[in-house]
Write a protein that binds this ligand. Structure first.
Ligand code: NDP
Ligand code: 2IT
Length: 451
């Protein structure tokens, strides 16, 4: 048999785009991965002939379904629901559900793909998936959201289960939505099993889950800073978003001594040069998660500046934490941040930085933590919620926080192992996270043979 020719990025890219037309976010996430993993595969040909990369970039299956529900005025609405079951080589499918008007197959395939390597990096036995719907919870009453969630679960319940696929939250899906969906799942299946994570404490949830993504992201930044003999203490930090991830990233950054001066939502951002403190953060949590209001109200209350329709990247800072959504930081923003003296960046969101912007940070040799490493704390505690559900016990806050810290430290270690440059102290965390996440999944796929 002739030896398999080496993979060439440009040829792989052309094939990927041809096989997945009209899916720009999926192309972006796969190409960011392939750029660093293809050289590794070429140097380790055992992955080449079995076409591991080609197999890994094709989801196991994609489920698309109709979701019909009635609003408070009895008007009928039709939405589209999805579950992309990406890869279950190292454990059952695991990943969040997103409810947002922008949801489409490209976005869910990129999120499911990223989840594969993120879950692998946690070292817990979790495969990858992502799902959701083009449904916007904004402006809907609680009853409308309930009706939607119940209708969505009637279909989704056919495809999930505690040993098959375990969804959780993401944008637009928090405790309220998970509760509605879990209640419906339990009813449809007539069983009480941990088929969703991010549940409330009364029915099988885990302590620290709500804080885990944000806390983990701040811990990861602390590791990157420690690696260079520094820390978050006294650093000026900019954060985007004001949802679940942003709220708890801000809480932990404050606890670690950093000064957070911005938060945002999809309408604009607030700049509070004095920095957020516990009281101001409590206001934000109530505003965004209970009253479901707009971030502008913070500027009115605390008499600081509000920038309508703007992103915070022009504000001078030491550290940046994008925690809202994908493609928030483009090349121009990255150049501005580097010019303003940025020291490091950790992605709380999934793929908030474009490929061009990532290149700007890497060329400037700024420590840059991709989401699959820096935001893995959330799914890691989801994995521990599954463990607690299986053994029908719940662990203490201290126990879980210690495990979260250990997992983030271990992810940092894996990034250093695969991403350290031959000379100097610089770590390419993008390369490290991609290769580190790849190896375990690839080895499992090799072991299963050609499937
Ligand atoms: P939330 O719904 O709680 O919050 C999302 C935040 O981002 C809100 O402030 C929202 O503003 C803002 N936002 C959403 N879409 C846009 C947009 N198109 N442009 C500008 N701002 C936007 O979601 P999470 O905090 O859970 O998720 C944030 C990010 O973190 C996502 O990328 C998600 O995939 C990722 N992530 C989440 C994890 C989790 O455990 N929840 C785990 C790992 C990653 P507004 O209020 O105006 O909608
Ligand atoms: O992107 C993510 O890692 C999440 N939205 C969390 C997934 C999970 O299963 O907890």
């Amino acid at each position: 048999m002739a030896s398999t020719p080496e993979l060439i990025l440009e040829q792989f890219r052309d094939g990927l785009i041809k096989r997945n037309p009209g899916e720009p976010e999926f192309h972006q996430s796969v190409l960011e991965f392939a750029e660093f993993v293809i050289p590794y595969i070429n140097a380790n040909p055992k992955y080449l002939e079995p076409k591991i990369l080609e197999r890994m970039t094709e989801p196991d299956r994609t489920i698309i379904f109709r979701v019909v529900w009635e609003d408070d005025k009895r008007e009928v609405h039709v939405n589209r629901g999805y579950r992309v079951q990406f890869n279950n080589s190292i454990g059952p499918y695991k990943g969040g559900l997103r409810f947002h008007h922008s949801v489409n197959l490209s976005i869910l395939k990129f999120l499911g793909f990223e989840q594969t390597f993120k879950n692998s990096l946690t070292t817990l036995p979790m495969g990858s998936g992502k799902g959701g719907a083009d449904f916007n919870t904004k402006g809907k009453s609680d009853r409308e959201v309930m009706r939607f969630c119940k209708s969505f679960m009637i279909e989704l319940s056919k495809h999930i289960g505690p040993n098959i696929d375990i969804p959780a939250g993401d944008i637009g899906v928090g405790a309220r939505e998970i509760s509605f969906m879990f209640g419906q799942y339990k009813r449809l299946k007539n069983e009480f099993t941990g088929a969703l994570t991010g549940k409330s404490m009364e029915f099988g949830g885990s302590l620290i889950r709500k804080e885990a993504t944000g806390y983990g992201c701040a811990y990861f930044m602390e590791h990157m800073m420690n690696h260079n003999g520094d820390s978050i203490k006294d650093k000026v930090c900019i954060v985007s978003g004001s949802g679940n991830v942003a709220q708890y990233a801000v809480e932990k950054i404050i606890q670690l001594g950093g000064r957070v001066v911005t938060m945002s939502d999809s309408s604009g951002f607030v700049h509070d040069p004095d920095g957020f403190n516990e009281e101001k953060l409590a206001y934000i949590i109530d505003l965004k998660s209970v009253r479901r209001g707009r971030i502008k109200e913070y500027a009115d209350k605390y008499k600081c500046k509000y920038f309508e329709d703007k992103k915070p990247w022009g504000i001078k800072c030491d550290l940046a934490f994008p925690c809202a959504t994908e493609n928030e930081i483009d090349e121009a923003a990255a150049r501005k941040m580097v010019k303003n003296g940025l020291q490091a960046l950790a992605e709380g969101a999934n793929m908030p930085t474009t490929r061009e912007a990532i290149s700007v940070f890497l060329e400037a040799r700024i420590p840059f933590a991709p989401g699959k490493a820096a935001n893995a704390g959330g799914v890691a505690i989801s994995g521990l919620e599954m463990s607690q559900n299986s053994i029908r016990l719940s662990w203490s806050r201290d126990e879980l926080e210690k495990r979260l810290k250990d997992i983030m430290a271990n992810i940092h270690k894996q990034c250093v192992a695969y991403g350290a440059e031959k000379e100097g102290n610089y770590i390419n965390y993008v390369k490290g996270a991609n290769i580190g996440g790849f190896v375990k999944v690839a080895d499992a796929m090799l072991a299963y043979g050609v499937i």
